[in-house]
Design a binder for this molecule. Structure first.
Ligand code: PMP
Ligand code: GLN
Length: 379
């Protein structure tokens, strides 16, 4: 694991604290989740939910997850056997890759990709095969031929993240169908990271891969509460998949963490059942924040790409006269008192993302406005 060092999120958040900069780097909101859900966690602690929950997770949360999948996506999962609670989506991804890949297997992922994918694949001694997303008319997408060409006899799985961090792309049904067709034809598993499932804008709907024909049986569907309810520190996630796949993932999970913390599970079960209106308001508020930050970044001289989902805006820094995002983000605290994330760190081939920088907009309006004002110092 030597090559992995410290994550960019840890590096940049530390830089923000050290320099007193505004942190638009690591994606976490600066306001809390729904008050009644927070109270439910406190109540859970007060009423004795403080010992080990069952390995697969508390039945209350497994049932709430299954109900939510049924209500939103018409997907049926059996809460006993097809739903597994994990320590955030991060553990779900790692346990899935470790469970389903043998050393030497290949896993296709779209670059830029969330940093834990490469590390999880390395832990499994499998190989990440990147397929690059490129902007076409301002929206990052992939070339279907490049994806097809990436499949080999060693390909075991495709890791699909939609809504996509860090580009903000929400894959269309047609794009997902290209992946699905390959999975069916070449007998591949889809591991889907859907943590931003509720955070989509402009009326764009999230389509889960498992809803496509023939995909429920070969999809490991992953999500978590962090983004949906603005509780990224609760680290409560889940896997939904057919029983043999969930059993494999649980076999790994039990030796990583055995089980996830109890109080959050009860509170998240409450959230999934009672706070989806709160989530709708979060989504429309975030859409306004996206527009606000995009405007500020454009006024500061960045070329801005409009995301259809997530917490993040991609910018091209070349109009400001910069060419290397890593260099710029390391100097940004001193130049403007702002912290951002260099997108190139999410690529296997960093040169492909050298001129992109990611900014998070899941922040109070006044924080976004102050950051935008400071970034004007760049031009
Ligand atoms: N996947 C993506 C795409 C993410 O952005 C994140 C970060 N929140 C995660 C997974 C990890 O989620 P969790 O905090 O639930 O582990
Ligand atoms: N998902 C968050 C982001 O992309 C960070 C999570 C982390 O710090 N590992 O900014």
């Amino acid at each position: 694991m030597r090559a992995f060092g410290t994550t960019i999120f840890a590096e940049m958040s530390a830089l923000a604290v050290q320099t007193g900069s505004i942190n638009l780097g690591q994606g976490f909101p600066d306001t809390d989740g729904p008050a009644a859900m927070l109270d439910r966690a406190i109540q859970a602690i007060g009423s004795g939910a403080n010992q080990y929950p069952p390995g697969p997770g508390l039945p209350e949360l497994r049932r709430a997850v299954a109900q939510h999948r049924a209500d939103h996506y018409r997907l049926d999962y059996d809460p006993s056997g097809e739903v597994l609670v994990t320590v955030g989506a991060t553990e779900a991804i790692a346990a899935s890759v470790l469970a389903l890949c043998e050393p030497g297997d290949e896993v296709i992922a779209f670059e830029p990709y969330y940093d834990s994918y490469a590390a999880s694949i390395a832990l499994a001694q499998a190989r990440l095969v990147p397929v690059t997303l490129r902007p076409v008319e301002g929206r990052f997408t992939f070339d279907p031929d490049e994806l097809r060409a990436a499949v080999t006899p060693r390909t075991r799985a495709v890791l699909v993240n939609s809504p996509h961090n860090p580009t903000g792309t929400v894959f269309t049904r047609e794009e997902l169908e290209v992946v699905a067709e390959l999975c069916r034809e070449r007998d591949l598993i889809a591991i889907t990271d859907e943590v931003y499932e509720h955070l989509t804008f402009d009326g764009v709907a999230h389509v889960p891969m498992a809803t496509l024909p023939g995909m429920r049986e070969r999809t490991v569907m992953i999500s978590s509460a962090g983004k949906t309810f603005s509780v990224t520190g609760w680290k409560t996630g889940w896997v939904c998949a057919p029983a043999p796949l969930v059993t494999a993932v649980q076999t790994v999970k039990q030796f990583l963490t055995f089980t996830a913390s109890a109080p959050w599970q009860l509170a998240v079960a409450y959230g999934l059942r009672h706070e989806l209106e709160w989530v709708s308001a979060l989504r429309s508020g975030l859409q306004d924040k996206r527009d606000r930050l995009m405007e500020g970044l454009a006024a500061a001289g960045f070329e801005v790409l409009r995301p259809a989902g997530t917490y993040f805006v991609q910018t091209d820094i070349r109009p400001l006269g910069f060419t290397d995002g890593l260099e710029l983000t390391r100097r940004l605290p001193e130049l403007a008192g702002v912290v951002a994330i260099p997108t190139q760190v999410f690529y296997d081939r960093p040169e492909r993302g050298r001129h992109y920088v990611r900014f998070a907009f899941c922040k109070k309006d006044e924080v976004i406005d102050e950051a935008a004002a400071r970034l004007k110092r760049l031009s």
